[in-house]
Write a protein that binds this ligand. Structure first.
Ligand SMILES: [Zn+2]
Length: 281
């Protein structure tokens, strides 16, 4: 199994930048144990790839959350990540999933993009989900808010035990507009020739050479992507304090212990009566 990586590339003569993301382990850890329907697994895979691509595109140091929410069977799906490519994600269902388009999954909804930089002000962008695919929704976001022509390709393989998700991004550089659009059109046509299977299984160098060998892509040092939940016993205790000592003690005496499961990674945090008493002392 290859490492989960984000690759960035530019071209010496062309005013376009690109990114390639290939993910296995992070994706598998994220969906493991949740028993999501296949369409939801695919949605989360695409959203994970999208979030990795966005962290590199929007250039910030801090946290990012990309959330889809609406009135459809999937109440919400969210990926939380940071500029170090530590990722986690979850989807919550409110009715049975039938269909696989954004409309069929999320219903009438929005994408909420939240960036919380380590320094500086929080940014939030909201876009209506008016397209069939997540890629098209994000392309519309970039056209509106960044005014940068962008193309995205996402693909997932949900074969149990070897789940994979991959994606490509092309975006014009904000320099000479006429030239960059021409360059973009050229590279977009080349990128359209990649097959899902190739994007999922070939290593990045092979993919980029196969697509762009005549345009001399300059590929930068890749960035590893990891699953990282970030939940801890201490954070769980902080949440428990709000519940109140008596409620917790009642719960502990009824069930022998208080068990708090992380919604994201499903890790259990167990507290017995003694633990609860010491939290409140
Ligand atoms: Zn967790």
């Amino acid at each position: 199994m290859q490492q989960d990586l984000l690759h960035r590339y530019t071209f010496d003569q062309l005013d376009v930048r690109g990114e390639l993301v290939q993910i296995e382990q992070t994706y598998q850890e994220m969906i493991s144990g949740h028993e999501y329907p296949v369409a939801v697994q695919k949605l989360l895979g695409e959203l994970l790839v999208a979030t990795c691509l966005l962290t590199a595109t929007l250039k910030f140091e801090g946290d990012i959350a990309v959330q889809l929410q609406g009135d459809g069977p999937v109440k919400y799906a969210v990926i939380n990540g940071d500029d170090q490519q530590n990722m986690r994600g979850i989807a919550r269902l409110q009715s049975e999933v039938a269909g696989s388009t954004i409309k069929e999954l999320i219903g009438n909804g929005v994408m909420v993009l939240t960036i919380t930089p380590n320094k500086g002000e929080r940014y939030q962008g909201i876009v209506p989900l008016e397209h069939e695919t997540l890629a098209e929704c994000l392309e519309a976001y970039f056209a509106q808010s960044e005014q940068l022509q962008t193309r995205l390709w996402f693909t997932t393989d949900t074969t149990a035990g070897s789940e994979k998700a991959s994606g490509l991004l092309l975006q014009v550089l904000p320099v000479n507009k006429a030239k960059s659009i021409e360059d973009f059109t050229h590279l977009e046509a080349l990128s359209n020739t990649i097959k899902d299977e190739e994007l999922l299984t070939l290593d990045a160098t092979t993919v980029l050479t196969r697509l762009y060998h005549e345009d001399n892509p300059r590929v930068y040092e890749p960035q590893p992507i990891h699953f990282k939940c970030g939940c801890t016993r201490d954070k769980t205790i902080t949440a428990l304090v709000n519940v109140g000592q008596q409620t917790l003690l009642d719960d502990a005496s009824a069930n022998g212990e208080v068990k708090i499961s992380c919604h994201y990674c499903l890790k259990d945090y167990i507290f017995n009566e003694q633990d609860i008493k010491s939290i409140f002392n």
